[in-house]
Design a protein around this ligand. Structure first.
Ligand code: SF4
Length: 419
């Protein structure tokens, strides 16, 4: 394995991707230069196959390419094949990942159909078993992965750090001439827990092509430090995520800040945004944030995004905010159909601008842009298509007419997919 040295990004592009071993999860490839994969996790009770299958389907339709479910009890393990059957009936093909803690070795032994149906197992070396049982229970899960031909994510987590490893490293640190600080020791324990577990899995017989690693923490700077170090010390595919990111804008901001730095350096093969949803809110928010993060960084394209100005005193009307929202919602609603019908439509760019200052200029950079009239400007909204002024909209039906222009453009510009 050649050591990965993070490179300086090009001034206007991400650095080359860190070389990693490709891992196949169902039909999805993680690592080995494949596009960064978006994944998510359900929060339904896995023992309830109807609600879990429904949420998995929602997440998959929102764009989650892998969906993880917790498998925590015998009844949950028994429900997994029924969840898979329901998804098949709904025409949803997304690979399902089983999240195991404490009793995974027993559940996989007891429910062979669960072991067979899952596309990947996730195990946490910090809570796979304690004391003398740790290695044997970890080994039992790896044996199941070998038996069923499944990949495994070895996911260490700050909140369930392997205490034996931490104690050993603290003792080792105490003997250093210049001891590390406590957070450095904890980071090392997290990384060593993942790397040593991966080495053990390989020794038992699991190929490298079936191992993904993660080392999640909840602090932005800690996460960046941990993953830079981890990336330099192995070539396993890496699952990236800030654990317990939190709610609303805090969770989005913290996850984006941490993941963007690492992705920009070429680190990370699959991402999950661990958002706490608002009560009653859809779980799909974490998928949209993950997609928007990758898309705004220029790493992947999923859905046309609307560029809109923030507005200021030059436009006191809320009309342009409403139009920007209408257009973005329209695009999201249409994408499930557009994606099937039109090749490349995810690369479409749109602009909705509030006045003449930046409106025409920004609109010209987009495939379709509209510059609405600011205060005191003539009540006319020029529309730009591929950099040229194409028409001017006036009156009460600007929103409907603009959406119509957008639909016509998509149908004309993007080739119909065949087959
Ligand atoms: S485009 Fe006009 S309305 Fe929008 S932020 Fe700039 S100056 Fe303000």
């Amino acid at each position: 394995m050649s050591e990965f040295v993070p490179q300086k990004p090009h001034p206007a592009a991400p650095a080359p991707r860190r070389p990693s071993v490709a891992v196949q999860i169902g039909k999805v490839t993680v690592g080995g230069g494949a596009p960064v994969v978006v994944q998510s996790m359900t929060n339904t009770d896995t023992e309830d196959p109807a609600s879990t299958a429904k949420q998995v389907a929602e997440l998959a339709r929102a764009g989650s390419e892998l969906v993880r479910i917790t498998v925590n009890t015998p009844a949950a393990a028994a429900a997994v094949p029924r969840i898979a059957e329901r998804l098949a009936m709904m025409g949803v093909e997304v690979p399902i990942v089983g999240d195991f803690h404490y009793n995974g070795h027993q559940l996989l032994e007891r429910e062979p159909a669960c072991a067979e149906v899952l596309a990947k197992y996730r195990i946490n070396p910090g809570n796979v078993g304690f004391g003398k049982k740790k290695d044997s229970q970890f080994g039992a899960i790896i044996e199941k992965a070998i038996q069923y031909g499944k990949p495994v994510r070895i996911g260490a987590n700050w909140g369930s750090l392997d205490q034996g490893m931490l104690t050993a490293l603290m003792d080792e640190n105490a003997r250093r001439a210049e001891p590390w600080d406590a957070s450095h020791v904890a980071r090392e324990a997290l990384i060593r827990s993942a790397l040593d577990s991966a080495a053990l899995a390989e020794k038992i017989g699991l190929p490298r092509e079936r191992i993904i690693l993660s080392c999640k923490v909840s602090g932005v700077q800690e996460l960046i430090a941990v993953y830079r170090d981890l990336a330099a010390r192995c070539d396993y595919a890496l699952h990236l995520g800030l654990t317990e990111a939190g709610m609303g804008s805090k969770g989005i901001t913290a996850s984006s800040a941490a993941l963007a730095v690492l992705l920009q350096e070429g680190i990370g093969d699959t991402i999950r945004i661990s958002l706490t949803p608002e009560p009653g809110a859809s779980r799909t928010g974490e998928v949209i944030v993950a997609q928007e993060l990758l898309q705004t960084m220029g790493l992947r394209s999923f859905t046309p995004l609307v560029t809109a100005c923030p507005g200021c005193g030059r436009t006191t009307s809320e009309f342009f905010q409403e139009l920007a929202k209408t257009v973005q919602e329209h695009v999201r609603e249409q994408m499930p159909v557009w994606r099937i019908k039109y090749d490349g439509v995810e690369n479409l760019t749109l602009a909705v601008m509030g006045c003449i200052v930046n409106g025409p200029g920004e609109s010209k950079h987009a495939n379709i842009g509209i510059s609405l009239p600011g205060n005191g400007e003539a009540p006319a909204a020029p529309v730009f298509i591929d950099g040229e002024k194409a028409m001017t909209l006036r009156g009460d039906r600007i929103a409907e007419e603009f959406v119509g222009i957008l639909d016509d453009y998509v149908a004309r510009r993007y080739a119909a997919r065949t087959g």
